[in-house]
Design a protein around this ligand. Sequence first.
Ligand code: ZN
Length: 47
Amino acid sequence: MTIEKQITQTVCGGKIKEPEKYPTAEYHGKRIYFCNNACLLHRKINF
Ligand SMILES: [Zn+2]
């Protein structure tokens, strides 16, 4: 039996294996993930 890490997609299309290590935000009731803080700031401006 293997434990598979869930792969989560970030808003910019990247894939992350450990979402708890990345910045997140809630947008329209959905949790979204960012690959880093620069990405977070960039996307917040675009929202
Ligand atoms: Zn990004």
